[in-house]
Design a binder for this molecule. Structure first.
Ligand code: GLY
Length: 391
């Protein structure tokens, strides 16, 4: 027997077994529940006399930072509470989830943001999926109606930001793909196909203009409002205009996977598969599959990771595995991400004001939220854990 070859085979088997390891969902949810209670206890004090601050976003010099309902991250904590209810079926979590969800109600009329889906679908949408509460449904419909005010027919997109940098006229960011789920839901609830049409038009315009030949995406595409043509392709939160900002790639993957679920348009499935390959095969993808904040930061490995990008990617890949012939590859990669996050990126219970995951990067070029816990990492981590069941 060739001892060397046997050794290699054994090593490969052990590596495969470790890679294929499943996170223990029951234990991890129990710990997440304990940690979320720590967060709930800290919220009243963190308000610091400002009642408009309703929901956690991150840690700021070790202090729990709350935001108002206007902030793009305001729906994630409510969504996290709904996931705890989904897993435990415990009405304690349902009551908490309902109270943090309904605090967002007035955002249904806020047309000043494209982040409506993040805010209202992660909260009310998840709540509706679990409860079928008619009042939640009405809020979702109104939120979708408000979001459609940002759609421009000439361009074929929903406008992302109202503020301008470099004389932007009509900036559209890849993140905006995530807001389309709200529109698909509104068509299902009302039978009015206009929401669906806006969603697919936006997805098609993004497909045409946001992606490079290596299937990575630009962060920001700015359009001319008169001609509808692309004016520039840039970044706001990435390393450079031509770089691949890690969370942006994850939003694209999740967005096109969701668009395939809603439409069964093969072009969306193929795009999601191409983005998945870009992420999984990237030479700068670390061994633990938790990416650096931008795949092209030249200071890799001496720069920050983004656990939130990893969590969004894992959640998207579990869903994509249900539609693609690459099922096993996607599940194996998502399992690897979840194993790493659970083993090496979690906060000890009782620490970090109740956040679940450490080591996310919010906006590195603005020197903001670097290597900190961020609420959307926790939301997509729990969603990925739920989706990992039975895979
Ligand atoms: N949508 C903003 C972000 O991903 O940071």
């Amino acid at each position: 027997m060739n001892l060397k070859l046997t050794g290699i085979a054994l090593f490969a088997l052990i590596t495969y077994t470790i890679d294929a390891q499943k996170v223990e969902v029951k234990k991890t949810f129990k710990e997440a529940a304990a940690q979320t209670n720590v967060m709930l206890q800290g919220i009243p004090d963190a308000r610091d006399g400002k009642p408009e601050l309703i929901t956690p976003r991150t840690l700021d010099n070790g202090k729990l930072k709350l935001v108002s309902s206007r902030d793009w991250t305001s729906g994630f904590f409510a969504g996290q509470l709904w996931f705890l209810y989904e897993y435990t079926k415990d009405n304690y979590w349902k009551a908490k989830a309902d109270s943090f969800t309904t605090l967002l109600n007035k955002e249904k009329l806020n047309a000043g943001t494209h982040d409506m889906g993040f805010k209202m679908y992660c909260s009310y949408g998840t709540g509706y999926r679990l409860t079928k509460d008619e009042q939640y449904k009405q809020v979702i419909i109104q939120s979708a109606k408000t979001l459609t005010k940002r759609f421009n027919k000439t361009i074929g997109s929903i406008k992302s930001w109202d503020f301008t940098v470099s004389n932007w006229q009509f900036p559209v960011i890849i993140d905006n793909m995530m807001n389309l789920e709200l529109l698909f839901a509104a068509t299902r609830f009302t039978g009015d196909s206009s929401y669906y049409r806006i969603a697919v038009t936006h997805a098609n315009t993004t497909l045409k203009n946001h992606f490079r030949s290596d299937n990575s995406s630009y962060h920001v595409v700015d359009y001319d409002t008169v001609t509808g043509q692309v004016k520039s392709k840039q970044t706001a939160q990435g390393y450079a205009d031509g770089s691949a900002w890690a969370r942006g790639q994850a939003w694209g993957l999740y967005g096109y996977t969701m668009c395939y679920r809603e439409t069964k348009d093969k072009r969306y499935l193929e795009q999601a598969e191409r983005i998945a390959s870009f992420i999984m095969d990237h030479p700068n993808q670390p061994a633990d599959a938790v990416p650096y904040w931008d795949y092209n930061d030249p200071t890799i490995p001496n720069t920050s990771r983004d656990a939130s990008a990893a969590a969004v990617t894992a959640s998207a890949l579990y869903e994509l595995s249900g539609y693609s012939k690459n099922k096993r590859t996607y599940i194996a990669f998502a399992d690897k991400v979840l194993t790493s996050l659970t083993r090496d990126y979690r906060s000890p219970i009782g620490d970090n004001k109740g956040f679940l995951l450490l080591h996310s990067t919010g906006h590195r070029p603005a020197k903001s939220e670097i290597d900190v816990p961020i609420i959307y990492a926790d939301y997509y981590y729990l969603e990925a854990l739920l989706r990992s069941r039975g895979k």
